[in-house]
Design a protein around this ligand. Sequence first.
Ligand code: F6P
Length: 324
Amino acid sequence: IRRIGVFTSGGDAPGMNACIRAVVRTAIAHDLEVVGIRRGYAGMIEGDFVEMDGRSVSNILQLGGTILKSARSKAFMTPEGRAKAAEQLRKAGIDALVAIGGDGTFRGAAVFYEEHHIPIVGCPGTIDNDLFGTDETIGFDTAMNTAIQNIDRIRDTADAHDRLFLVEVMGRDAGFIALNCGIGSGAEMVLIPETFTDIEEIKERILSLMSAQSRSSIVVVAEGDEHGGATQIAQDLREDPAFAKIDLRVCILGHTQRGGSPTARDRVLASRLGSAAVEALLQGHTNVMVGVVNGEIKLTPLKHVYSRKKTIDYELLKLTQLLG
Ligand code: F6P
C-alpha cells in the first residue's frame, strides 16, 4: 500500500474529524500518501479528491461535522456507480481505503470490495451506536451528552408549569441514545424500539405518574419507537379524555444531537480507531471494521457489522423503570 483514500459517509457524527486526523497522521508516519475523498461515495464517483498532509488536519480535532463532508449516495448502490468509483480511485492511484460511517456505509464497502478488490477498513462513525463489533461508535457519547443537556433544560420549564413532555431523540431503529439519556436525565419513562409497550399501559403509567406527583414528567421516546414517535403518541394521548387536564408538550431534539464539539471520550475513541484502521490496512486486513470491545481494539468482518444485531443492555432498561 502506497496511497490511502479516506472518506466520511452517511449521517455525520461528532468525532469524525478527529478520526480523519488520526488516519492522515498515522498514514504519514508510515510514509504513506493520503487523499481525502469529499462527500463520501458520491465524491468517489465524481473523483472529488484532495491531497492531504499533516497540516491539512491541524485544528480539526475539536470540530463537529466533517471537513470532508458527507453524503448518502444512490448512484453507489448501482454496479455502474461502483465501477465508476473504482475507475476514479485507480486513476488517482489510490490503492486502499478507510471508510468512516455507519451500516449503510459498510454495506456499500463490502459490495465494493467484492467487486473491485480495493482493500477497505471501516471506522464506526454514527451517533446511533447501532453497530455490532464495537462497544461504542464515534459520536454516540457527544450525542448523548447533547441530548441530556437539552433534557435538563426541558426539565426546568416542565417543572415550572407542571407539564408532561414527550422528548424524542434520534437513533433510527435503535434505542441506545434514548435508554442512556433516559437514565442520565432522570426521565420518568423511556420508550425504545427494542421493547414494545402497549399504548394503554403507557397511558396508565403516565396518568399515575402525573397524579401521584402532580408535577412535571418527562418521557424520552426513541424516534424508531413502534408507536410512531413522540408526535404520534402525543396525538393518541390528546384524543383520550383522561388526558384532558394534562398539559402536554412535545420536543423533538433532532439534528441538534448530530452537531457540536466532540466530547473527550469521542475524541479519544476516534483517534484510536482512525489510527487502528491504518495499522489494520498495513497488516493486510480488509473488509473489516475496527472497533473497541472491552477496552481493546478488535476487527470485525463488515458483513457481521451490518447483519448482526447489537443488543441493548436490558439491565439498563430495568434501571429506567426502577429509578423513573
Ligand atoms: O444515523 C444517524 C441519524 O442521525 C439517525 O439517528 C437519524 O434517523 C438519521 O440519521 C437522520 O438522517 P438525515 O440527517 O438524513 O435526516
